[in-house]
Design a protein around this ligand. Sequence first.
Ligand code: ATP
Ligand code: MG
Length: 367
Amino acid sequence: MPDEHNGKALEITGLSHYFGTGELRNQILFEIDLTIEPGELVIMTGPSGCGKTTLLTLIGSLRHVQEGSLRVLGRELAGLSDAKLVEVRRNIGFIFQTHNLFESLTALQNVRMALELKDANPARIHKRAEEALIDVGLKERVGYKPKGLSGGQRQRVAIARALVNKPKLILADEPTAALDANSTELVMDLMKQRAKQEGTTILIVTHDIKILSLADRIVSMADGRIKSNTLTTETIRVCMFISKCPAFASLKPEELANVAGKLVLERFAAGSTVIRQGDEGDKFYIINQGTVDVLRDAGSGNRKIATMQEGDFFGEIALLEDKPRNATIVAVDDLEVYTLDKKSFRDAIDSTASFKEQLLKVFYQRR
Ligand SMILES: Nc1ncnc2c1ncn2[C@@H]1O[C@H](COP(=O)(O)OP(=O)(O)OP(=O)(O)O)[C@@H](O)[C@H]1O
Ligand SMILES: [Mg+2]
């Protein structure tokens, strides 16, 4: 590995990928751009078949780059020979959906195999392999072969094997799918620790909402494209918050993360007008903090028709119907709202039948 690079762990630009040839040639990835810093723990989500594993195997130098640029740990993979790709692979730890343990070897021997490629000292290898298994909670199982282990235990052996060489980059495809809550926590803590203490870059594909909160960044994919890429402590908080709002209640985690990534926090002083009846609608609002009065003028001046508070939302009717605002909204006290611009709101509705359904329900109740 050359040392001189711009410091990015991963730098992808304009990456496209196709399966099949001739008439059956099918584009799977569409001009992916993605940059990941060293030491980041990134979680990738997205519906089944959207191309997550394909992207992961390209990054892992398990496939040849067809179009675009892919720099892993500073090295351009496009155009590399098979032999060079193997070299790159040695710096990457893989935890894949199918764990590929050797059935005839014990847990310890499986982990040792990874070390034997790099180290020639048997005592040291033994000690490190054992420690790696202890780290994933398998102290009592080091001498077992895969068939004597549960699915979750096998997965943990695979994780120990991926971590034992202290790779600079770890790629994991649904690593916690076979694990119970305790093992998931154990394994994720271990990964988080590696990322923070040793600057290991970790990219995890998962649908497991429980581990989302550990990510530094969430990337969501759909139809071979990256739909959103957000830094997350805030995203998680926003996801948790908007998931309580009836309009968003039925969104799947990746859809929630997608919407959350596009929300903007806005503040209004007590007494100020947030939207005015008759104006054109340009945004959707969710109240994060504070209360508002809903006023309607039916020809004889403003009349208060409702009060709304934290978690309530407004502004959807003008956007759904393309009509002027049908009420005025005034902040009662200092107000904090999340807003979603008209285009993102429309995109979210178009991409999600459940979102539309929930909104229409509320919409007809309010008319
Ligand atoms: N070797 C292959 N040959 C042809 N098509 C493939 C091949 N591998 C994957 N595909 C197709 O590419 C698309 C993306 O597959 P991929 O495995 O990357 O999806 P994924 O996002 O990982 O899905 P999942 O969440 O179900 O694991 C799918 O439509 C799949 O059928
Ligand atoms: Mg997959």
